[in-house]
Design a protein around this ligand. Structure first.
Ligand code: ADP
Ligand code: ADP
Length: 218
């Protein structure tokens, strides 16, 4: 059974300039535990798809099923500069009033496990861009979402950092057993991280092809 599905979804933006078709007749299912990437050129509707999955936009047509809670991670880390890394990581729990000892311990475990234990009292600007993205991911994981939506989470990083950080983040997501939907314009990043790559054509977004990716065991 899919944990996420879109059936014949279209989305049109209405503005003073007129109507823009951002997504057109898109159908897609994601199984629990699957890591999929959505790739395509800028403007093909990738961010719009994630906004609909996150419930920020309603489709103009079609239906969307979401079988779990959502965590959303964006290109910018949105860490609060005056708060420590640990305090940032606890932010989602704080907002949801779920700062139980068990949840706080889970965040401390994530920080330690993913290389931020020694930096938990540091401020965001004392860390590298890659470490800040890891901290942002831990803040997202803290509320234990079933599904992660990742919108170009590495595109603010320089090329070398991007390679290592995308690898680290992919590993964390798999270790935590999450369903993940990554949006990127980088096909090689999509292939190296995900089980399945969905390629969208230039707008309006239509399903072009789904490539099953075979992983070799190390
Ligand atoms: P990206 O290609 O990186 O997703 P965009 O340039 O498409 O970014 O969009 C940046 C922001 O501007 C988004 O918040 C998007 O919703 C908004 N936006 C993009 N295109 C339009 C438009 N034609 N009219 C109004 N807002 C837009
Ligand atoms: P991508 O993420 O693939 O770059 P987007 O989902 O941001 O694509 O945008 C898809 C299309 O919708 C683009 O043509 C963009 O300009 C347009 N668009 C995005 N946001 C808005 C908006 N808020 N208002 C009007 N048009 C928008």
């Amino acid at each position: 059974n899919p944990i996420v599905s879109l059936e014949d979804v279209s989305l049109r933006y209405h503005s003073i300039g007129g109507e823009t078709s951002a997504v057109s007749h898109l159908s897609l299912s994601v199984q629990a535990g699957e890591f999929i990437s959505i790739v395509g050129p800028s403007g093909c509707g990738k961010s719009t798809i994630l906004s609909m999955l996150a419930g920020q936009l309603a489709p103009s047509e079609g239906s969307i099923y979401i079988g779990g809670t959502i965590g959303y991670m964006l290109q910018k880390d949105y860490l609060l500069q005056w708060r420590s890394i640990r305090s940032n990581a606890l932010l989602g729990l704080e907002i949801q009033k779920k700062l139980t000892p068990e949840n706080v311990a889970y965040v401390d475990t994530l920080l330690a496990q993913y290389g931020l234990g020694d930096f938990k009292n540091s401020l965001p600007n004392q860390l590298s861009g890659g470490m800040r993205q890891r901290a942002a991911l831990i803040r997202t994981l803290a509320v234990r979402p079933d599904i992660l939506l990742l919108d170009e989470p590495f595109s603010a990083l320089d090329y070398q950092t991007r390679l290592s950080v995308s690898d680290e983040i992919g590993t964390i997501i798999r270790e935590e057993g999450k369903t993940a939907i990554l949006v990127t314009h980088d096909i090689s990043e999509a292939i190296s991280l995900s089980d399945r790559v969905v390629v969208l054509s230039k707008r309006p977004a239509r399903l072009k092809k789904i490539f099953p990716i075979q992983f070799s065991t190390e």
